[in-house]
Each structure stands twice: as C-alpha cells, then as structure tokens.
Design a protein around this ligand. Structure first.
Ligand code: GDP
Ligand code: MG
Length: 193
C-alpha cells in the first residue's frame, strides 16, 4: 500500500466523544515511550504528524488520523509511565477499554513492546481484552535498531512466549531505519479489505 495522504482528525478524551467513522480502523497500543507516535510517523512518512518523546506519558487522549481518505489510525494513550503517580498512570485504562469495546470498525490492533523488555501484566491484559472482543492483534517489537539481528530474534521469542503468541506473529520495527514499514502497511491493506 502506498501512503498518499494522511491527516490528523481529532484528539478525544472520553468514550462519549469518539467520532463515528465508516472506515476500517487500526490502533496503536502500548506503554508510554514504547514508540507509538514514532511508529505512526514512520508508517505514514510524516515526521511530525504525531508529537513524540520529550514528555513521555503526555498522550492521554485517543488521537484519530485518516489515511488515504479511507482508513482510520488511532494513537492510544500510553500506559504505565513509571514517573507519573499511579492515579495518573492508570487513569486512562478505562479509555483504552472503552475504545476496544466501542469501535465497531476496529480491524486490528498493533500491540507495541520495546524489543529490550519482556512484556508483563499490562500487555497480557490487553491481549486478553482484545481476544474477548475477537480483535486481531499484531505484536510489534519496537526500536529493533537497538539490538543486533541475533539478539532481535532471541527477544522476539521471549516476547512471543510471554504473550503466548507464535513467534511468527511478532513484527520488528524501527522508526530510525524504517524496518517493518512495508510489512505493517501490507497488513493494514490486507485487513482493510
Ligand atoms: N532508537 C529508536 N528510538 C525510538 C524508536 N521509536 C521511538 N524512539 C524514541 O523513543 C522515545 C519515545 O517515543 P514515542 O514515539 O514518543 O513513544 P510513545 O510514548 O509510545 O508515543 C522517543 O525519544 C523516540 O525518539 C525507534 O524505533 N528507535
Ligand atoms: Mg505518543
């Protein structure tokens, strides 16, 4: 799939304010700082479509983007930034849950995991939530530029084991080298049909 055009639609802070959109929808989910915003920028080829990094944990809204006039992409609130108080850290879980439970056009969720970390309770909880709603999940090991090829493979296996998914369903991504871009765009195209 070629990216022809992408635009920011809106930021939403409550389930009630989610826009009704007729397009196949794809969400990016994962802990704060895992690289959600960077990945959306990388996939869409727009450097500054989504703000990244310097103030982790700031994305407390669901951000909606429209790709090629007919696909919705969403940047979900980051979960669990360690330096925030627990009340704030956990405060957007209901929004994530509300999102998964209310988006009828949701076709697939990209669940991002830092390639250097083995996922724990949050990621497992999300996998369970998505399975309950029969939403397909693609696990994405982000920042793969931080490891050598061999170590990438070992990490993918550890991540797959921790989430009880097949190692073949783990994608590698790097916002630095554009690794994974083709594969993920292909997946979006496939699940949009
Ligand atoms: N080396 C490397 N750094 C990355 C990559 N993706 C994101 N980062 C960095 O990780 C930090 C968090 O990224 P961001 O996209 O804001 O994460 P978010 O909180 O999940 O949206 C930023 O400093 C990014 O520059 C990547 O693929 N490789
Ligand atoms: Mg972000």
């Amino acid at each position: 799939m070629k990216v022809k055009d992408v635009r920011f639609l809106k930021s939403v802070f409550s389930t009630a304010a989610f826009p009704a959109l007729p397009y196949p929808e794809f969400a990016f989910m994962g802990r704060s700082n895992v690289g959600k915003s960077s990945l959306i920028n990388m996939l869409t080829g727009k450097k500054d479509l989504v703000k990244t990094g310097s103030r982790p944990g700031v994305t407390q809204s669901v951000n909606f983007f429209i790709l090629n006039g007919g696909i919705t992409l969403t940047d979900l609130p980051g979960f669990g930034y360690a330096k925030l108080p627990a009340s704030v850290r956990n405060g957007f879980l209901p929004l994530i849950r509300g999102y998964v439970e209310n988006r009828d056009m949701l076709r697939l969720v990209f669940l991002l995991v830092d390639i250097r970390r083995v996922p724990v309770d949050f990621e497992r909880e999300m996998i369970t939530l998505l399975a309950e709603r029969s939403v397909p999940v693609a696990v994405v090991a982000t920042k793969c530029d931080k490891l050598t090829r061999n170590r990438q493979m070992a990490s993918a296996r550890a991540i797959a084991d921790a989430l009880s998914v097949g190692v073949d369903s783990v994608f590698f991504s790097s916002a630095k080298t554009n690794d994974g871009r083709k594969e993920m765009l292909r997946l979006i195209e496939e699940y949009s049909r």
